[in-house]
Every structure is written in structure tokens, then in C-alpha cells.
Design a protein around this ligand. Structure first.
Ligand code: ADP
Ligand code: MG
Length: 481
């Protein structure tokens, strides 16, 4: 299925992305916001909604969201306010989340996305801050639902796109770009599977050529990039089939069922929450001064597209290689560390793009979990560059390093892969080979230079693969030319 080819209908998609911020402490309370801690160990009276507690804004929450706004070309409001979003749920002891409603801090931005055959600009309607709720746990006690409030009050940003996306592929590319930006800014780890990046998709269809939007549904519960793409694809077709059969799309919130691979109803428009937003009375407005804005601008790192251009210019990479290497900030960091430690650009590019990426794919890990450091890999590149090992041996050592974690030199010795470049040894070996093959030697002297391969091959064989082939080549020439 690919809706881009549907001749009568066009899809309209807008995404709402939540990103968990990597601040040390919670959004409005001086308590740690680390993940993976024992349940209910990171809570304060404020997270529990005790009367008389007062929120205090975490300054990094403001800095991080402004970074995101600047990186996505938004205008930053000089003055914005917090709002209360009221609803009842057991994992929300306060009975409301502090959020932003009428005056988000970032508005009117855009990002460029690249899809296979084209690139496109996607509008960012707004980015606002809010705090997360706790977590209800249904599967640990057979009789009760448990609640863990460690997450209550941890900071989030919500990035709302314009309805500018038209295909599931574009939605995928948009989401990838958002992930790339938050990772480059180091404000969120961007892990969708673990929930630090979450995405709701709004989907509608309309007849091609129509200017009016159709009725939309909202998809939730998609916990991977591929699921977002699949769920949107499924939903577009469901809506088209419904309309073609004479039906009408109803505004609903749908859940993506990852097992059945279909969407199902969570709630209809009538059941939609009325959050009764009102300005948060316990927090003053956020004033963004020019000094604050300037200091945040100074902190902005080199973003992917700039880094990509630099890679092309500085390292003379192809655009494709530069894109692949800068796609992930940490992969780009790893590559640059390898280049600076080994002093070898070409060998570093090929080691990272073919060998390191292959291992990451095979083991489904990220570069942060890659077992070998750039220093270790630089030692391997040095061994090869100084001709101490052959290129085949380099490959063997790389694989062995992954398993055993020793240094390249140690493994080269242990696996008996060091090339012998000792000149006395090589000289004797080449002389022996020539003596043992007088016919070939005579033919070589008569001009059959293709026999060079034969002689080098014999030398390699006699040395059990350890001779330095370049040296063998030079010595054969010395004795026969
Ligand atoms: P809500 O407050 O209900 O979430 P918003 O107006 O904030 O609604 O829109 C949420 C998202 O839905 C935005 O990303 C927006 O681009 C998208 N959207 C709005 N209308 C449509 C539509 N008709 N089809 C698809 N997406 C839409
Ligand atoms: Mg919404």
C-alpha cells in the first residue's frame, strides 16, 4: 500500500510529538527526574499534589524549549504564561497538569524534511511545555492497579506540526528529523520505544484538488517509527474505503493495535476531554529577555545539516556519506574522534560506514552502546596503515576485537596475523621461491610479467600468509627485473 499513488484521494496529516526533556530535576519541583529508579522514590509533596505546595520553574526547562524553538525556526514569545489543564486520573494526584495553552513559548516555525525523491518544508504550529503524569501499572499485581509517581512532574515539550504532511513516508521523515534535532540539542534522548519521544498522528483524507480538509481522526499508542508509518497508512486506507462505500469519517481518537496491525476506537468526539484550561495562578509569566535569548543562541550546537556540509568540505566526503555520518549526532562524534585519533580520513569513513554500522544493525544497538572505543579502532587503523597487518587480517582482528575486547596489537599477535616485514627473512624467502621455480623465473625474465602474481602467491604460501606482500613484490622485482 502506498497512498501517494491513490488517484482520487489525498491524505492530510499533522503530528503532535511529546519529547521528555533530559533535565536533572523535575519541571516545577526540586526533585530528581532520573528514569529507571525504584517506584515512588523520586517524588516530593508537590508531585503528590499536597495542599500548600508551590511550583517553581526549572530554568533548564525554559532553556531547552527555547533551544528547540530556535532549531526549528520558531519565533520565541518575549512573554508567555502557564495554564492548568484539568482532568481526573489516578496517576495525576494534583488533578491538573501545568501546561501552556493560549501563549506557547515557541510559534510559527518550520523544518525541512527529506523523503526519497524530494525535500519539503513542514510548518511547526507551536511548541509548548508541560509536565508529565505518573504511571499506572496494571500487570504487576493480579488484583490491584499500582501507581508509580516518579514520572509525575517530569518536563515535556509538545511540538505540534501544521497539517502539511501528505504521506506516511513524510510523517516518518518528519519524526526522524525531530528526533535528530532533539538529540543534536541533547535535550531528549529521542527513544520512541522507551517512550521518551511519543507521537500522536492526526489523519484525514480529501478528494484530490480539494482545498477543504476532511474530518480527522487522532491516532495514539504508536511506540516505534515504523508503527507510526504503518498506522497512518492503515488509517488513510480505512478512511478512503469508508468514504468510497458511502460512509462518513467520524472524529475519534483511535488506538493502534500493534498485534492486529489495525486502528480501533478509544473515544469519540463526544467523550473528548474538556480540560477547562485557565492561567496557572501560582507561576509568574515567563519573560524571555534578549540576554537570555543571546546566551541560549551561543549554546546551540552545530546542527546536522551544517555538520553535513562541513563534512563534505573538510573531509571531502560524498554528500551521501556525509548524510549517513551526521544522521546521528553520536555517530558523527564517533567518526570525528576516530579521524582525529587515527589521522586517517578515508579508512575511518570506510570502517564506520561499513563495519561499525553493520554491527549496529546486526545487534540492534546504537553507537552509544557500541563496545569498541574510537581509540581502540584508531589502533587498528594504525596497524593497517603501517602495513603490519594485511587488509584481510584487519577484518579478522576487527571481528575478534568485538568478541574479546583486547587491543588490536594484542589480537594481531595472539592470532598470529602480524605481517613479517623483516628484510633478512623476506630476502631469504623470495630467493628460495625463485630457486624452487626456475621455469617460471626464466619466463618472467623473457617478459611474462604476469607471473609476478604467481611469485607473490608462493611467497605468501611459504610464509603461511604472514609475509608482507608489498615487500615480496619489490624483492621479486629486485631479483628478476
Ligand atoms: P487538538 O487541540 O484537538 O489537538 P489542534 O488544532 O491543536 O487540535 O491540532 C492538532 C493536530 O492536528 C495538528 O498537528 C494539526 O496540524 C492537525 N490537524 C488539524 N486538522 C487536521 C485535519 N483536518 N487533518 C489532519 N490533521 C489535522
Ligand atoms: Mg491533540
Amino acid at each position: 500500500m502506498n497512498n501517494i499513488d491513490h488517484k482520487d484521494f489525498e491524505a492530510v496529516i499533522g503530528l503532535e510529538v511529546h519529547a521528555q526533556l533530559l533535565t536533572q530535576s523535575k519541571a516545577f519541583a526540586p526533585v530528581a527526574a532520573q528514569y529507571g529508579q525504584a517506584p515512588n522514590t523520586q517524588i516530593s509533596p508537590l508531585c503528590l499534589g499536597h495542599p500548600g505546595t508551590l511550583p517553581l520553574v526549572n530554568e533548564n526547562l525554559i532553556r531547552y524549549i527555547i533551544k528547540m524553538g530556535l532549531a526549528t525556526n520558531c519565533s520565541i514569545a518575549p512573554k508567555s504564561i502557564f495554564a492548568r489543564k484539568n482532568y481526573f486520573y489516578p496517576d495525576l494526584p494534583k488533578g491538573y497538569q501545568i501546561s501552556q495553552f493560549e501563549t506557547p513559548i515557541c510559534e510559527g516555525g518550520y523544518i525541512d524534511i527529506e523523503v526519497e525523491r524530494y525535500s519539503k518544508c513542514i510548518g511547526i504550529t507551536r511548541i509548548h511545555m508541560e509536565e508529565d503524569a505518573g504511571k499506572s501499572i496494571h500487570d504487576q499485581d493480579p488484583y490491584n492497579t499500582l501507581v508509580d509517581l516518579n514520572r509525575a512532574g517530569t518536563p515535556l515539550i509538545e511540538i505540534v506540526s501544521e497539517p502539511d504532511l501528505r504521506t506516511p513516508e513524510e510523517a516518518y521523515a518528519y519524526l526522524s528529523k525531530i528526533k535528530q534535532i532533539v538529540q543534536y540539542l541533547e535535550i531528549c534522548d529521542g527513544n520512541m520505544e522507551e517512550g521518551s519521544l511519543r507521537c500522536d498522528a492526526n489523519v484525514s483524507v480529501r478528494p484530490r484538488g480539494s482545498k477543504k480538509f476532511g474530518t480527522r481522526t487522532e491516532l495514539k499508542n504508536m511506540n516505534s517509527f515504523r508503527n507510526v508509518e504503518k498506522a497512518i497508512d492503515f488509517e488513510i486506507y480505512r478512511q478512503i474505503e469508508l468514504i468510497e462505500a458511502g460512509g462518513k469519517v467520524v472524529q475519534q481518537t483511535l488506538l493502534w493495535d500493534t498485534i492486529k496491525m489495525e486502528t480501533r476506537i478509544m473515544r469519540s468526539k463526544e467523550e473528548a476531554h474538556d480540560y477547562r484550561y485557565f492561567p496557572e495562578p501560582d507561576l509568574p509569566p515567563i519573560i524571555v529577555t534578549k540576554e537570555l535569548l543571546d546566551s541560549i543562541k551561543e549554546e546551540l550546537p552545530e546542527l546536522a545539516h551544517i555538520r553535513q556540509q562541513r563534512f563534505v568540505e573538510q573531509y571531502h566526503l560524498s554528500v551521501i556519506d556525509a548524510i549517513t555520518l551526521t544522521e546521528n549526532r553520536y555517530l558523527a562524534d564517533f567518526f570525528e574522534e576516530l579521524v582525529s585519533k587515527s589521522g586517517q580520513v578515508k579508512a575511518s569513513v570506510s570502517l564506520v560506514l561499513s563495519d561499525v554500522l553493520r554491527v549496529l544493525n546486526e545487534q540492534s544497538i546504537t553507537i552509544q552502546d557500541f563496545p569498541l572505543s574510537a581509540t581502540r579502532l584508531a589502533e587498528l587503523l594504525d596497524l593497517r596503515a603501517s602495513d603490519k597487518v594485511s587488509s584481510t587480517a584487519k577484518q579478522t582482528i576487527f571481528n575478534a576485537m568485538l568478541e574479546q575486547g583486547c587491543s588490536a596489537q594484542e589480537l594481531a599477535e595472539k592470532l598470529n596475523l602480524l605481517q613479517v616485514s623483516d628484510s633478512n627473512y623476506m630476502d631469504d624467502l623470495v630467493k628460495q621461491v625463485i630457486e624452487a621455480n626456475p621455469d617460471e623465473a626464466a619466463r618472467y625474465k623473457e617478459g611474462k610479467k604476469q607471473l609476478m602474481g604467481f611469485f607473490v602467491g608462493q611467497v605468501m604460501k611459504a610464509s603461511k600468509g604472514k609475509a608482507n606482500p608489498k615487500m615480496a613484490n619489490e624483492l621479486v622485482r629486485k631479483y628478476l627485473d
